[in-house]
Design a binder for this molecule. Structure first.
Ligand SMILES: *Cc1c(COP(=O)(O)O)cnc(C)c1O
Length: 748
């Protein structure tokens, strides 16, 4: 049973009663009890809190169903252009609250659960995060789905239904330990499996060139089983679809040469095929060239493109005789947005469908592909760029390798006509990188195969424009678009309440009042350093309660929603030119924190919108960093020249924070002193000076609040609705709309 409510909570409950329609509340209670009985098969004597959560989730879900079906019927009737957002990550977090808010059911549900003696917030806390993303890129995809539905766009998110999302991070003795994120253990009330729409995806095999054309044969087949999740718009009765594919072995998997004894092994080996959708790679801004990841990338692309073409051909427009034969009108009805290079195989796969299966000539197929696809670049860090070994492709996707070679041949022919004799340019622009291991540069593939390429902040677009390998007939085509701020992190400017809530969270979880790659190893050492500093600072009698250093364990969407509204100062301190945009910066700004930051990523535009005097800007600009690069960055000279820096570094390397293991952080310090790509010491002095300004201003609440207000007033530009409106008009050729469609009758 739910714990009794406090007086304050009761007051809040009563205050919403007036807003919740009495009829609605009665229906919700009826349906809640019906689900508890018929869906959960429990009575109130044996129901757990999780049962109550599922009963509530199912009750709310019922209100989506009619709208979902109606929206899809509406799209069929109107037959608008469709946009397909392809992403290896959708970092959705929780669904219940967002659904209640978008359907205007929150007050009524609050009242209904209250009348049933339950605490809705407590039930909401039972929902698992859908953690199918690493960070900004995946969260962006989730915000975009929300905004596309709110703006009435016929949009679909397509990705993978990972059985295990981003790992749960445990901190054990100050070290990060990963635990599997078994988010589907208790079932997912928001998804609907669609086994009737299963599609085959082929791997391996060989290519036959015959008189009738090219055939990819002797392949291994894995089935893609779709799961649909509703994506409601904000109070407009639109419900779009996110379709995530799960891998399923075909019934005859490995049974082709069936013999006694082989059968059991063949069934056991079904796991191998189904491993494709087992787990999200936990690599943020880092490329790890594993075959299983390439399989994931092709799996989502191959299944999705079959769906796109089928839907196009089944549409009113697409089912006409002429269109079926020709397909050159595909770009009038279909836009495909590639969220980074992860789904880049959409380009050669669509070529394969058009040329090998639909029998179009190359030039016509290529024109369709380029007019359909658009690509968003997310980073300039070289370690993040996808460069797949040719050998891996040759084995796994032999036909796609041939197609990429043909794309490259024609691409280089065009470049040599434009720049005769410029061998160096040809080498730079090639899709194939020569070297010890021949590699395919997926960003280059995306740039040549798309009609629009965009970065994620103005400064980022400028950087890729300057370093871009590719020019098009009409020059370099690069829009600049911002990441959107997050619909689910809405401003609650009751800082006292936010801080109290977050402090309660800290107290509960920390008992404190207020396959490893080198990069991964460094990240883990940095976490250990932070927790070690915490051990010293938090137990220092002189510091006392004035300062606590806490590493927030298992940062995720739900934790972001708690910590961001409670924060006063947001540190966005990447060395200029290294952070593409950032989105955390925008969320803090919207929620009333002030920013101390460098002129990097979206900070630049935040300063422009709020006024530079309303942020604490410090450090090198991009051109300063470039100048320092030319001159040669010498960390040791900063170390020797700045006494406080020297003291801090000496304490870290000398074991002050790791007394039982004095050498623990020697490697980390060695990295900072001798091979720090981010040149952090160069910004140190200015950062410390800027922090003095922050401290001085914090003592003046009136001035501080004034700055906060300027920030909140200036953050409208960072709404993902605005971003999506720009994508729609400038890239997809679609018109966003705030109109509602007709509401269906909700469940009784
Ligand atoms: C917004 C968000 C991110 C991205 O934050 P950045 O500061 O842009 O890196 C990562 N994780 C979660 C859970 C988020 O909500």
């Amino acid at each position: 049973m739910a714990k009794p409510l406090t007086d304050q909570e009761k007051k809040k409950q009563i205050s919403v009663r007036g807003l919740a329609g009495v009829e609605n509340v009665a229906d919700l209670k009826t349906n809640f009890n019906r689900h508890l009985h018929f869906t959960l098969v429990k009575d109130r004597n044996v129901a757990t809190k999780r049962d109550y959560y599922f009963a509530l989730a199912n009750t709310v879900r019922d209100h989506l169903v009619g709208r979902w079906i109606r929206t899809q019927q509406h799209y069929y009737e109107k037959d608008p252009k469709r946009v397909y957002y392809l992403s290896l990550e959708f970092y959705m977090g929780r669904t219940l609250q967002n659904t209640m808010v978008n359907l205007a059911l929150e007050n009524a549900c609050d009242e209904a659960t209250y009348q049933l003696g339950l605490d809705m917030e407590e039930l909401q806390d039972i929902e698992e995060d859908a953690g199918l993303g690493n960070g900004g890129l995946g969260r962006l995809a989730a915000c975009f789905l929300d905004s596309m539905a709110s703006l009435g766009l016929a949009a679909y998110g397509y990705g993978i239904r990972y059985e295990f999302g981003i790992f749960n991070q445990k901190i054990v003795n100050g070290w990060q330990v990963e635990e599997a994120d078994d988010w589907l253990r208790y079932g997912n009330p928001w998804e609907k499996a669609r086994p009737e729409y299963m599609r085959p995806v082929h791997f391996y095999g060989r290519v036959d060139h015959t008189a009738d054309g090219v055939q990819w044969v002797d392949t291994q087949v894995v089935l893609a089983l779709p799961y649909d999740t509703p994506v409601p718009g904000y109070r407009n009765n639109i419900v779009n679809t996110m379709r995530l594919w799960s891998a399923k072995a075909p019934c005859d998997f490995n049974l082709k040469d069936f013999n006694v004894g082989g059968y059991i092994q063949a069934v056991l080996d079904r796991n191998l095929a189904e491993n494709i959708s087992r787990v999200l790679y936990p690599n943020d801004n880092f490329f790890e060239g594993k075959e299983l990841r390439l399989k994931q990338e092709y799996f989502v692309v191959a299944a999705t493109l079959q769906d796109i073409i089928r839907r196009f051909k089944a549409s009113k427009f697409g089912s006409t005789e002429y269109v079926r034969m020709d397909l050159s009108t595909l770009p009038d009805k279909v836009a495909i947005q590639l969220n980074d290079t992860h789904p880049a195989l959409a380009i050669p796969e669509l070529m394969r469908i058009l040329v090998d299966i639909e029998k179009l000539i190359w030039e016509k197929a290529w024109d369709i592909v380029v007019r359909t696809c658009a690509y968003t670049n997310h980073t300039v860090l070289p370690e993040a760029l996808e460069r797949w070994p040719v050998d891996l492709f040759q084995n796994l996707l032999p036909r796609h390798l041939e197609i990429i070679y043909e794309i490259n041949k024609r691409h280089l022919e065009r470049i040599s006509k434009l720049y005769p004799g410029d061998q160096d340019r040809l080498r730079r622009m090639s899709l194939i990188e020569e070297g010890d291991v021949k590699k395919i540069n997926m960003a280059h593939l995306c740039i040549v195969g798309s009609h629009a390429v965009n970065g994620v902040a103005r400064i980022h677009s400028e950087i890729i424009k300057n370093t871009s390998i590719c020019t098009k007939k009409n020059g370099i085509l690069l829009g600049h678009f911002l990441f959107g701020s997050n619909h689910t992190v809405l401003p609650n400017l009751n800082f006292k309440e936010n801080k109290m809530k977050f402090a309660a969270h800290l107290e509960e979880h920390y008992k404190v009042k207020i396959n490893p790659t080198p990069g991964y190893h460094t990240a883990k050492m940095i976490i250990k350093l932070i927790t070690s500093i915490g051990d010293i600072v938090n137990n220092d009698p002189v510091v006392g309660d004035r300062l606590k250093v806490i590493f927030l364990e298992n940062y995720r969407v739900t934790l972001a929603e708690k910590v961001i509204p409670a924060a006063d100062l947001s540190e966005q301190i990447s060395t200029a030119g290294t952070e593409a945009s950032g989105t955390g910066n925008m969320k803090f700004m919207l929620n009333g924190a002030l920013t101390i930051g460098t002129m990097d990523g979206a900070n630049v535009e935040m300063a422009e919108e709020a006024g530079e005097e309303n942020l604490f800007i410090f450090g090198m600009r991009v051109h300063d960093v470039e100048a320092l690069d030319k001159k040669g960055y010498d960390a040791v000279s900063y170390y020797n020249g700045i006494p406080e820096l020297k003291q801090a570094i000496d304490q870290i390397s000398g074991g002050f924070f790791s007394p039982t293991q004095p050498d623990l952080f020697k490697d980390l310090v060695n990295m900072l002193m001798h091979h720090d790509r981010f040149k952090v010491f160069a910004d140190y002095e200015d950062y410390m000076k800027c922090q003095e300004k922050v401290s001085a201003l914090y003592k003046n609440p009136k001035e501080w609040t004034k700055m906060v207000i300027h920030n909140i007033a200036g953050c409208g530009k960072f709404s993902s609705d605005r971003t999506i409106s720009e994508y729609a008009r400038e890239i997809w050729g679609m018109e966003p709309s705030l109109e509602k469609i007709a509401a269906p009758d909700d469940p009784r």
